[in-house]
Each structure stands twice: as structure tokens, then as C-alpha cells.
Ligand binder design. Structure first.
Ligand code: CA
Length: 441
């Protein structure tokens, strides 16, 4: 891979504007750098051979009456809904419950997942460089997709990179086993029953073959990790083969991603958001996805671009996110950020996709450094913070060491009532104030 590839800014700078702009004209299609040999090499990269997870504990219908009963119900529901009875029976005949998947679904964190660590692990130099390379390889395809769906190439490439490192791994879990395990578990049975129904529908339609049924532990398939219901509703056959191939066809996978984003309401010509900087006079009165204001108001409140210059004059609405509190990176996010959250509801994921898209496009790293290590709480300390917030009536939710929205909201309420900067981030100052609060009579 060449480190000397030019940045992509010259091709897509139009889409950097904060305000909605007219869609960028489709550049003349150029011959991509791809040679047949490179494409063949890439194709081999995308093949992850299916492996049965023989090493992990599993139950079959023969030794698990609850599973047998659940499968019986599934079969009869699907047959009642009009699906081919033979197909349903054959597809579910060998289904197993994989204990590893139940464990993964219930996994508790071993350490606090801080955003800056998450970002550093996912938006790596290798992923940025390979994203630029893939952009060049697939430039013609990406701009053809842009002309059909108005999704900027860099977002498709970034999602592709985040989901499967550009098709390097698709997951090797048998999809039917994964879906049956989760559909016959008590956490989200309805959602996963829908996924089984969608899988049967796709098999019946011929868009999935039995050979395709390997994916992530949650049953997601192909280059952009579509769940079967998303594939059923939004995937497209873009290479004209007559079949939707999310594992074997990059055009199908990327156009399907674009079609899905368009369905989610992606706003062409707008960014996802941007890194910003808070001035010293910023008072934290507005924060979080629910508190949207026009850019002009954010300017008045003391928000600047990350380089310190003024935000663009615009009435475009944005929300302020401080994933690591006031000492870490700050972001203003726009409507398209919400579209990314509908792809995957994790704010860290959506910020990473946006940042990776910018980096692939030639932008530099975040300007803000993470907060000093000594300010950050470890897992036990975060649990203690949650426990103490709950004890004082702030409703931080389960004491699980997960830094979710409920914990942030509770932290913010405590900060506001105790004269601390209300950045909704539980740091050492918050924990110490909580400990003091309890000592008071
Ligand atoms: Ca196809």
C-alpha cells in the first residue's frame, strides 16, 4: 500500500461545507488504479472461510428441550406465515444454541470503555491508509453510487472500514445458530425472530444461499455487516448479477449501504459534524443530542472550530457532544450524525465513522488530547460513582461500570447542583465530591 497517495480533498471538498450545498457534480469517471491482479488479490482477502465453532459449548434440539420447543414454535410460525415448509425445516434442522454467543450478548466490561481509547483502536493509521487505497481502487464505483444515492464516497468507505476492515473479515459464526441462539434467549427474542424470518425470506428469494450463512455473532452478514432484516428491506443487486451478494460483491455491498443510508434520511452535501473547541466562558448549559441549536448560537456561546477560528455563519442545527468531558475532544454533530446512529446506536461508533471518513479524505487527527490519565476513573471507581449517584437520588441506572447516557445525565445533574462544571463526565473530581457529599450530615 502506498503511503504517497494524495489526499482526497481535491475531489470532494464541496461536501465539507457545513451548510447544505448543491450536490457535487459527479467527476468524470476515471480509470481506477485497479488492475485485474490487484482486484484478484483483494478478492482473496475478502474470503473468510466459514469455520464451525467446534471448540465452544453448544446444545442441540436432542439435548435441550427448551431449544427444541422454541424451534418448533419458530417453524410453525414461519410455515403459518406462508414460507416454504421444506425450506424452513431444512434451514432450522441442524440449528444449535451456542453458549459463547449468549455469553457475548451478556458480557460485562472488563474496563471502562473510554471514547479516546475506542477511537485509537479503530481509527488506526492502517485503517486510514487502507481506506484511501480502497477509495482509489473503487473510485469509479463510488462515484457511480454517489450519482445514484447521493452518499459521499468517504462515508461508504469509512463504514466499510469500521464494519469489516474493508472486507477483511466477515465473521465465521453460523448465522442460523447465532440467530436461533438469540431468538430462543429471553433478552431480545422478537428482534431475532424477525431476523430468522428475514433470512428465510432471503433464502426463498435466492439472495442468500446456505453457503452465505456465516457472519458476526449477532448474525450480521457481508462487507457492511447487514442484519438479515436490513438486507431484506434495503440491499440491492448493483452489479446486475441478478442476485444480492453482500459477501461476494463489493458493488452490491456498497450500493446497499448507500441505499440504506438514503432510506435513513441522509442529507446530501452535509457533513456528519466536526471537532470543535470550547472557549473558557462556555457554561455547559447546552449539551447532548437532545439540545440542538443553530451554529450561530453555538458561536455566541463560545464554541469555535478546533483550530480556534469562528464557526461558519449558519442556521444549521447542531448538538454538542463531549464524550470525555471538558478536558477531551468536543464535537458539534449535525443531522447526518443521527443517521449514523440509526445504522448503529453507539455514539462512539458514529463519531469514529465520521472521523475516519474525514481522515480518509485527508484531514488530520483530532486536535484535543484525551484528559489526563489521573482524572479518569477505573471500572471499580465508575461503579462506585454510579452507586453513590443512585444513593443520592440521581438515577444513574444499573451499577455496571458502563458509561452510558443515564450515568452521564445523573453526573450532569449532580455537577449542576454542586457547582462543578456540568460536562456530564464522571471524572475524579465528581467521585471526590460524591464521597464528600455522603460525609456531610
Ligand atoms: Ca449482484
Amino acid at each position: 500500500m502506498s503511503a504517497a497517495l494524495p489526499p482526497l480533498r481535491h475531489r470532494s471538498h464541496q461536501q465539507h461545507s457545513d451548510a447544505a450545498a448543491a450536490p457535487a457534480p459527479r467527476p468524470a469517471l476515471r480509470l481506477a488504479l485497479a488492475t485485474a491482479a490487484t482486484l484478484a488479490a483483494l478478492a482473496t482477502l475478502t474470503l473468510s472461510p466459514p469455520l464451525a465453532s467446534a471448540s465452544s459449548a453448544q446444545s442441540t434440539q436432542d439435548d435441550d428441550p427448551a431449544l427444541a420447543q422454541c424451534l418448533l414454535e419458530l417453524r410453525s410460525d414461519l410455515e403459518a406465515a406462508g414460507y416454504d415448509a421444506d425450506l424452513v425445516r431444512d434451514t432450522l434442522a441442524q440449528a444449535k444454541r451456542l453458549e459463547r454467543i449468549v455469553a457475548l450478548d451478556r458480557a460485562q466490561p472488563e474496563s471502562v470503555q473510554y471514547f479516546t481509547d475506542y477511537l485509537a483502536q479503530r481509527v488506526t493509521a492502517g485503517r486510514i491508509e487502507r481506506g484511501r487505497f480502497m477509495y482509489q481502487i473503487y473510485e469509479e464505483l463510488l462515484w457511480k453510487i454517489y450519482s445514484d444515492y447521493e452518499i459521499s464516497p468517504r462515508y461508504l468507505v469509512a463504514l466499510w472500514g469500521m464494519e469489516t476492515h474493508y472486507g477483511s473479515y466477515f465473521g465465521r459464526v453460523p448465522v442460523i445458530d447465532a440467530l436461533v441462539t438469540l431468538a430462543c434467549d429471553d433478552r431480545r427474542p422478537r428482534f431475532f425472530r424477525e431476523q430468522i424470518e428475514a433470512t428465510i425470506a432471503l433464502l426463498e428469494r435466492g439472495d442468500l444461499h446456505a453457503d452465505d450463512l456465516y457472519g458476526s455473532w449477532a448474525g450480521a452478514i457481508g462487507h457492511t455487516q447487514f442484519m438479515p432484516s436490513t438486507m431484506r428491506a434495503h440491499a440491492v443487486d448493483y452489479d446486475g448479477s441478478g442476485r444480492i451478494e453482500l459477501r461476494d460483491s463489493v458493488p452490491d455491498a456498497l450500493a446497499s449501504a448507500a441505499n440504506y443510508l438514503q432510506h435513513l434520511g441522509w442529507r446530501p452535501g452535509e457533513r456528519w459534524g466536526r471537532e470543535v473547541k470550547l472557549s473558557n466562558r462556555f457554561n455547559f448549559k447546552s449539551l447532548g443530542l437532545d439540545e440542538r441549536r443553530p451554529l450561530n448560537e453555538w458561536s455566541e456561546l463560545g464554541i469555535r472550530r478546533a483550530d480556534g477560528s469562528r464557526l461558519p455563519e449558519s442556521t444549521m442545527e447542531a448538538a454538542l457532544l463531549l464524550p470525555m468531558g471538558r478536558h477531551g475532544p468536543a464535537f458539534l454533530v449535525y443531522d447526518n450524525f443521527d443517521r449514523l446512529l440509526r445504522w448503529n446506536p453507539s455514539q462512539s461508533f458514529a463519531l469514529a465513522v465520521g472521523h475516519l471518513a474525514d481522515r480518509i479524505d485527508g484531514s488530520g487527527p483530532l486536535r484535543a488530547a484525551p484528559p489526563p490519565e489521573e482524572e479518569l476513573l477505573d471500572l471499580d471507581e465508575l461503579r462506585e460513582t454510579q452507586e453513590r449517584l443512585n444513593a443520592l437520588g440521581y438515577e444513574a441506572g444499573p451499577v455496571d461500570g458502563i458509561l452510558g447516557q443515564q450515568t452521564r445525565n445523573a453526573t450532569r445533574a449532580f455537577q449542576q447542583e454542586n457547582g462543578l462544571p456540568a460536562d456530564a463526565f464522571p471524572d475524579r473530581a465528581v467521585l471526590e465530591a460524591l464521597r464528600e457529599a455522603e460525609q456531610q450530615p
